[in-house]
Design a protein around this ligand. Structure first.
Ligand SMILES: O=C(O)[C@@H](O)[C@H](O)[C@H](O)CO
Ligand SMILES: [Mg+2]
Length: 431
């Protein structure tokens, strides 16, 4: 009895001192609530918000264009119930649980849902630490993030004018796309004006395609741009998966004198070896990966050095945790990153991607289109643009928040990207 009394207070004292010595960041941060917010302040965005018992909330982007509601329901029905009560600090364990524990691995819906959780948890951990997210990744590797903007025109002269506007605005890198004579509508060539075209409302529209017309036209576009602006600004071009490998090889060769920074999505990449054929014919650098969702989609492309830039970004490739694995594999083969940054990715994805970009050793470039003013108001953010560069900002977390009351004013609107058919016989293109 005497012994017991002596031991008990001792135990209490050591417990009290143990608890007070544990810094707040090392204590469990229980997930108490999570919800999905769908809004359309220009484009449809799906956002996951995770709340904790420490009063902190983190957010992640779950937007999968044209399939937004499937990720929203995947999260609400299947993921959120598993998150409640878990320690938000255990990012890796939660990632593995959602990837391996679901039985069904990979796929854009699953990986976008995992990405949203992962991004929200990194946001939370950085907020708990009082640090900008890039500090948790390993700190800054560069002063800022070089971005490229989109110059679009219905013909060569209009595209050249748009390119000049970007040069004047201080951009160091510009993607150029132009309408093609003889084709009514061409994907990615809306009324640009520093914004990307919105998705088509309601059901997908259908565009005509002719590789022959496009291949005759595109080298002339870039020759004309180089005549006007010289060789200093980087130029990029997106083929949007519409060429066969041998057609892409021909375009890459024809564009060599114009010294592109990259030729993007030259051919569909389900068959990763298709890029070997392009590679054998041209030194134009190749970029691919905005539609990839795991490291398995680019493993052969990277290990065989068939590409120069990997385009995957936070939301579609399993969050910061998985994107970092892809980047590390890519670094072994001198492949650099070029994160997707279209306006159908929310500012939450952009904010997280910028923290990744400013840290990742093998950074290449970041795509950047301005969101609509309505979108910027719904997602207040600390990142800022200055003379061709983006800076993630130094607020704790990834620096992007969501105004839920404002978001509620912009309900979901059905919208899709277009499909292409061969002009001469209507065959759905391409494969
Ligand atoms: O490279 C691009 O920005 C385009 O391919 C867009 O990503 C596409 O409209 C879907 O986001
Ligand atoms: Mg693209």
């Amino acid at each position: 009895m005497v012994e017991c009394r002596a031991v008990f207070p001792c135990f209490l004292v050591s417990l009290v001192s143990f608890v007070s010595l544990v810094p707040p960041i090392a204590r469990a941060m229980k997930i108490t609530n999570a919800r999905v917010i769908v809004c359309c302040p220009g484009r449809n965005f799906v956002t996951l918000k995770i709340e904790t018992d420490q009063g902190l909330a983190g957010i992640g982007d779950a937007t999968l264009n044209g399939r937004e509601l499937s990720v929203a329901s995947y999260l609400s029905e299947h993921v959120i119930p598993c998150l409640i009560g878990r320690d938000a600090h255990q990012i890796e364990d939660i990632w593995q649980y959602l990837y391996k524990g679901a039985y069904w691995r990979r796929g854009p819906v699953t990986m976008s849902a995992i990405a949203a959780v992962d991004t929200a948890l990194w946001d939370l951990k950085a907020k708990a630490a009082g640090l900008p997210l890039y500090q948790l990744l390993g700190g800054k590797s560069r002063t800022g993030v070089m971005v490229y903007g989109h110059a679009n025109g219905s013909d060569i002269e209009q595209t050249v004018d748009e390119v000049l506007r970007y040069v004047e605005a201080g951009y160091q890198a510009i993607r150029a796309q132009s309408g093609v004579p003889g084709l009514d509508k061409v994907y990615g060539v809306g009324k640009g004006r520093l914004f990307y075209e919105p998705a088509d409302a309601d059901l997908p529209s259908e565009h005509d395609w002719s590789s022959e017309k496009y291949l005759r036209h595109t080298p002339r576009l870039f020759e004309r741009i180089r005549e006007k602006i010289g060789f200093e600004p980087h130029l990029l071009h997106d083929v949007h998966h519409r060429l066969t490998p041998i057609e892409a090889a021909r375009l890459g060769k024809a564009l060599e004198p114009c010294q592109l920074f990259w030729m993007e999505d030259a051919t569909p990449a389900e068959n990763q070896q298709a890029f070997r054929l392009i590679r054998q014919h041209t030194t134009t650098p190749l970029a691919v990966g905005e539609v990839f969702n795991t490291i398995w989609d680019c493993k052969e492309l990277i290990e065989n050095q068939l590409i120069d830039y990997i385009r995957s970004t936070v939301v579609h490739a399993g969050g910061i945790t998985h994107l970092r694995r892809i980047a590390d594999l890519a670094a072994l083969y001198q492949v650099r990153t070029g994160c997707h940054g279209a306006t159908d990715l929310s500012p939450v994805c952009m904010g997280a991607a910028l923290h990744f970009d400013i840290w990742v050793p093998n950074f290449g470039i970041q795509e950047y289109m301005h969101h609509t003013e309505e979108t910027d108001a719904v997602f207040p953010h600390s990142y800022r643009f200055e003379r061709g560069m983006l800076y993630p900002g130094d607020s704790a977390g990834h620096g992007v928040e969501i105004d839920e009351a404002l978001a509620a004013k912009y309900p979901y609107q059905r919208a899709y990207l277009p499909v292409n058919r061969q002009q001469h016989d209507g065959t759905l293109w391409s494969w």
